[in-house]
Design a protein around this ligand. Structure first.
Ligand SMILES: [Zn+2]
Length: 518
């Protein structure tokens, strides 16, 4: 039987090194929860020794339950000439309180001499001491061998000695890293093969995409005997990015026929990819393999009946297997399948052929054409489904609002008034804020709190704005994505309008409605 492949996600650490990617603590929590739900085995949350935000993440993540994933803190071996128990960075690693710790260390003699400026033996001691110390504290330790391939090419004997030092100290997995992304698949395969022959620990692979070979090199590593692969969702990462797990996961499952991410999750791959892009506030790459919008798009022009057959022969796999869809068919069944899957996930019962399902699908498609996106706004989608199915009365209605900005001695003050109706009662409130949306949120919340005291426990935790391109003469639109939290759960809502205030209000109203309907 072919051995299982461990999928190790480093979107939150290596991925966040990518240009234009900046995750808040809340963003990281939401992504971690999504990865866990998907069934990723390891989630590397960050490097507590490198920044306070990552320490904060590890503090907050402790309150959440993970069902599938093991959380990992990342860090370096102890410094030279410092006893491991006195090394501050190692202390912070333990402080993250994760079950697994990944430690990286030097493989290359060149780096030991010119970067660390210590003796080759001291480097071996730094690797061994750190891993042993963490093992003594009950941790599972993964060892990331930096510059493993370049180091091996340079001095194979020393490279092996560093990996063996890590193994001897108790590392569960020795991960060979192509840190600068310059290797070709045959180098990767050859050196992983050598490591496999000389080590008894699990061998892993960590690659970068500098030659456009991030995924190819990762797969070459697996073919050569590695059983652990590190990468990021959508290939985020420094320079041209890391090995893209969004490709690795389906390749391991469908092409290599090995167990990796759970089979039940594969149809949610596209959704995972879009979710992470939404949180990162990036446009989803339409040409991304497997999950991109054009990954299974076929130019039309054929007779409808022929398309199905012909398109099929141009597809290496059924698009639905990864949650994607073919984009030539006139009657779009797969759109409905996605909605059904989402509805079940949100706790609704829907039959494929029910008129409600058609109505919801049509409404979602209509809204998507206006610029709405539901990947990271599950609460807005749940409301839409709930309203159609249960014909529920809204808990409240916003009768009117007003926002103004005043400039006073060089600083600006925003003020918002909101009029809310609940049954035959109304509340009219005013609030100030440091921005128009903040003021609007304050006024809406104050009005609702009179009727629903529980609303005071709900907090707006994140706010993102995206300008959507104007199409064919229409004005550009603004999409607002809001994340709210009641301390136990987070949910996302969306609003779209030509006006940023209106879009924000839609997302805010959805957020409050969702909080009240839960
Ligand atoms: Zn890396």
């Amino acid at each position: 039987m072919k051995s299982e492949v461990e999928i190790y996600d480093t979107t939150l650490r290596d991925g966040s090194q990518g240009e234009g990617i900046n995750f808040s603590v809340m963003d990281k929590l939401r992504i971690a929860e999504k990865l866990d739900a998907f069934g990723i085995q390891f989630i590397e949350g960050g490097w507590p020794g490198s920044n306070p935000k990552d320490i904060e993440f590890f503090t907050q993540v402790r309150r959440r339950k993970f069902r599938n994933a093991r959380l990992v803190a990342f860090g370096a071996t102890r410094r030279k000439a410092v006893p491991v128990e006195r090394d501050e960075q190692v202390r912070l690693l333990l402080g993250a309180a994760t079950p697994v710790i990944t430690v990286y260390g030097k493989t290359s003699m060149l780096h030991v001499k010119s970067v660390l400026r210590c003796s080759p033996d001291e480097n071996l001691a730094m690797i061994g001491d750190t891993i042993r110390y963490l093992k003594d504290h009950g941790k599972t330790v993964i060892y990331d061998a930096e510059h493993a391939f370049d180091g091996f090419k340079d001095n194979p004997g020393y490279a092996l000695a560093t990996w063996q030092a890590a193994e001897k100290a108790g590392a569960e997995c020795i991960v060979l890293c192509d840190t600068n992304g310059g290797c070709l698949p045959q180098d990767i395969a050859r050196i992983v093969g050598v490591a496999k022959g000389r080590l008894t620990a699990r061998v892993g692979i960590h690659t970068h995409n500098d030659c456009g070979l991030g995924v190819a090199n990762g797969i070459a590593g697996l073919e050569a005997g590695a059983t652990h692969i590190q990468g990021t969702i959508n290939g985020y990462g420094e320079r041209t990015g890391n090995c893209n797990l969004t490709s690795v996961i389906p390749i391991v499952h469908f092409k290599m026929k090995r167990a990796g991410a759970p089979a039940r999750s594969l149809p949610k791959l596209k959704e995972l990819s879009e979710f992470v892009d939404e949180i990162a506030n990036l446009r989803h790459d339409p040409r991304q393999p497997w999950v991109g919008q054009t990954a299974f798009a076929h130019k039309g022009g054929m007779h409808v009946h022929a398309i199905d057959r012909v398109a099929h022969s141009y597809e290496h796999i059924d698009p639905a297997a990864v949650g994607n869809q073919r984009r030539v068919l006139v009657s779009d069944m797969s759109g409905r399948t996605n909605i059904l899957m989402k509805a079940v996930e949100l706790g609704f019962k829907l039959a494929s052929e029910a008129p409600e399902t058609r109505a919801i699908t049509a409404e979602v498609k209509r809204r998507e054409s206006l610029g709405f996106e539901y990947e990271a706004a599950e609460a807005s989608l749940a409301l839409l489904i709930g309203k159609t199915l249960a014909h529920r009365e809204l808990p409240f209605k916003v009768d009117g609002y007003h926002v103004s900005i005043r400039s006073h001695n060089g600083s600006s003050i925003c003020e918002a008034t909101v009029k809310v109706r609940v049954g035959d009662k109304t509340a009219h409130t005013v609030a100030e804020g440091d921005g128009p949306v903040n003021a609007l949120d304050g006024a809406l919340r104050a009005a609702l709190a009179r009727f629903f005291p529980a609303i005071t426990g709900v907090q707006l935790t994140d706010y993102k704005v995206r300008i959507l391109d104007g199409v064919a003469g229409t004005a550009a639109k603004t999409r607002v994505l809001i994340t709210s939290s009641d301390g136990k759960r987070d949910w996302g809502t969306v609003g779209v309008s030509e006006n940023i205030i209106t879009a924000s209000l839609q997302a805010l109203v959805d957020s409050m409605e969702y909080a009240l309907m839960k």
